[in-house]
Design a protein around this ligand. Sequence first.
Ligand code: ADP
Ligand code: ZN
Length: 634
Amino acid sequence: MTAFPPPPRPVPAAATDPTAVLQEVFGYTDFRGEQRAIVDHVAGGGDALVLMPTGGGKSLCYQVPAIVRHRAGQGVAVVVSPLIALMHDQVGALDEVGVHAAFLNSSLTGEEAQQVKREMMSGRLVLLYAAPERVTNAGFIAMLESLQERGLLSLFAIDEAHCVSQWGHDFREDYLNLTVLHERFPGVPRIALTATADDHTRADIIERLQLQEARLFISSFDRPNIRYTIVEKDNARSQLLRFIRDEHEGEAGIVYCASRKKVDETADWLKAEGIAALPYHAGMEADTRRRHQDRFLREEGVVMVATIAFGMGIDKPDVRFVAHLDLPKNIESYYQETGRAGRDGEPAEAWMVYGLADVVNQRRMIDDGPAGEEFKRIQRGKLEALLALAEAHDCRRVRLLSYFGEASHACGNCDNCLNPPQTWDATEAARKALSCIYRFRQHGGNGFAPRAFGVAHLLDVLRGKRTDKVAQYGHDRLSTFGVGADLSEAQWRGVLRQLVALGHLRAEGEYNTLELTDSARAVLKGDVPIVLREAREPVKGSSRRSGRREGKVPAAAATLDAQAQERFAALKAWRAEVAREHNLPAYVVFHDATLAEMAREQPGSLEALSHVAGVGAKKLEAYGREILRVLQAG
Ligand code: ADP
Ligand code: ZN
């Protein structure tokens, strides 16, 4: 057996106080929400399951205990993380604040990996990041055993713990083997963390990771800095362009599309319009994908157009918007995807367009899918909840949070709160549409067999348009011909969308012909009131003035006066240089909010600078003088 150098000596109690560590190392004044309780519990040797929304601050929940326990002579914390691509930046960020951390993954040379293992086995390392398949392999377990025998295995953190559940969409086979940690190292505290909140996933995590004894910490899932907006699809692309130009020019964002083709097309189109957009999907070369992800993380103001293949583990804090051009699968996905905006706590936006075709497609994907009836029933229920959110006239946040079992009040920071929609009673209109579809099915005009028709023809009949097809089928003789001339096409689409959303209508066949479902009968009889949002007149043209909504979301720097803006720009230029030198994203050096505070407060001494949130001891020492110089020069 190799002889290891003696473990680091324990340090005085003050240095192991969690709040002192938070301030000294990370430069933050206080813990947020549940963080303090979690940190105390885990630093004290307890097991924990932490449910916290994206951006809530999960990393500190294991990093601070790891530092505290390391300082107390308890050795190395092992962090299980599913994405090796991001370990580099996480370790880089710890390095910046002076915490000795490393990762073990396939990107290292044999030499580098040996070096990391030596640091780990000596107990000098504070945190080691590794993927689940590595943590559970026999060689690694043997190393952990050696550490434990010497009292140098301080804790296990299992990040993205929902990967252990088949229920979620990020299932990872390797996570199932993590039970070995509990079986082989029962005395070592474990903390599992996830942003996935539903009961099913939670139960899976507890059972599969054997966390029955762990204390459960559930944070509020509210993300108050995210503004939710859902608009009706008119021309999705130009709506998106207007949204980016008017609200988020030059800012980083993610645009989600359902298909690879649409990702490519949308990215090309945005690029042609002068937006720094890049595509990302699983069909691209791995190399190109990595390069695009890297540029998104490292450069400022890149818009990533992506399928949902992109995003897990992306902890870029200054993503200012997440836009959906297609409906997400369900509310869980929507919340997870939109949650990638504004992790830095600064104002951010979640914006989505959706229309009748999306509703039809989503329903059909479930109906025509290979899943069993029971699973389809659950999927339909989830889709209905999502559609209800999209059609809602009241606070979106209240609905979102109540979906996750949390009560709240109207938020004042969603489209419906800021700009309450008009509604209209569409009960009669719904009856007209349904009865028209019913008549298609009863009478085959002009000797044709009765059949179903698609949306376009239905709208022509309802609105009394004498098209060739109408004449061909003799539909101008139906009693429902022209009964809906008083409503616009947009209004009719709204009615149909709602009817499909509620399951009273179903689209079928190659041409999405509309069929009544069993529940349509009650609507036909007038027993089910249908209340719709008034379709907002789409803003024509893309002039910034006409498209701009009330109350643009101000980001950190927007509140600075002109001179402070200049200082902010100078600080950003300096930060870009440092980031390039260290091969790290700029936000790892300092967040925008930290630079903005420096620009505003203009600290004149190292002491004053140390009070700026986000400036810890190591960064003060490394960069303090430089920053004072930049501020003075500005
Ligand atoms: P999560 O992993 O839960 O999505 P992170 O751990 O990435 O969240 O934290 C989100 C952001 O919040 C990070 O930029 C982090 O530095 C910041 N943060 C976390 N806790 C605090 C705190 N107590 N005070 C100030 N900033 C914090
Ligand atoms: Zn609201």
